[in-house]
Design a protein around this ligand. Structure first.
Ligand code: MN
Length: 163
């Protein structure tokens, strides 16, 4: 099963780097507000450059003067199942992303259930939306960005890693 990882990243602005393992790399989006379990929320996800698979395990401090300087915490990780379709037929995730709409089921420690990433029609091509699908795992009351700030690797907070 391919992996997903979300790294909370206190760079010049705090954001959540959402990454899906696709064809040997981590396809990556920066989500300023982080993911939501509420299907009514549409979270901006700005596509950034692919990262290496090994980057998904990084937690620590990127020193001043380096790209993305600041603290990185592994906020969630797990596996995902591609659920993308076109005309009712399964579509490989690479193709789905090329087409601008991918659906997948996450099995993480904080996030579970179906999500979609869809490219926005207007604005820069790198702008996507990350949306929870309305399934049995959807839960507007569960806000892990607020209630579960800690690392799934070490249980530490950003402050503890920085300190
Ligand atoms: Mn980042």
């Amino acid at each position: 099963m391919p992996r997903f990882v979300i790294q909370k990243h206190a760079a010049s602005r705090l954001h959540y780097d959402f990454r899906l393992e696709v064809a040997g790399v981590l396809k990556s989006w920066a989500v300023p507000k982080g993911p939501s379990m509420n299907p009514r929320d549409k979270r901006l996800a700005v596509q950034v450059e692919d990262h290496s698979i090994s980057w998904g395990d990084f937690e620590g401090v990127l020193p001043e003067g380096t790209y993305g300087a600041g603290t990185v915490l592994v906020w969630d990780s797990g596996t995902y199942r591609n659920r993308s379709e076109r005309d009712g037929k399964p579509l490989p995730i690479e193709r789905a992303l090329e087409n601008g709409r991918a659906a997948f089921w996450l099995e993480g420690k904080k996030l579970r259930g179906g999500f979609v990433l869809m490219r926005m029609y207007r604005g820069p091509e790198r702008n996507w939306l990350l949306i929870k699908l309305d399934d049995e795992e959807a839960d507007p009351e569960y806000d892990p960005v607020r209630s579960r700030p800690e690392s799934v690797l070490t249980g530490r907070t950003l402050e503890e890693i920085t300190g």
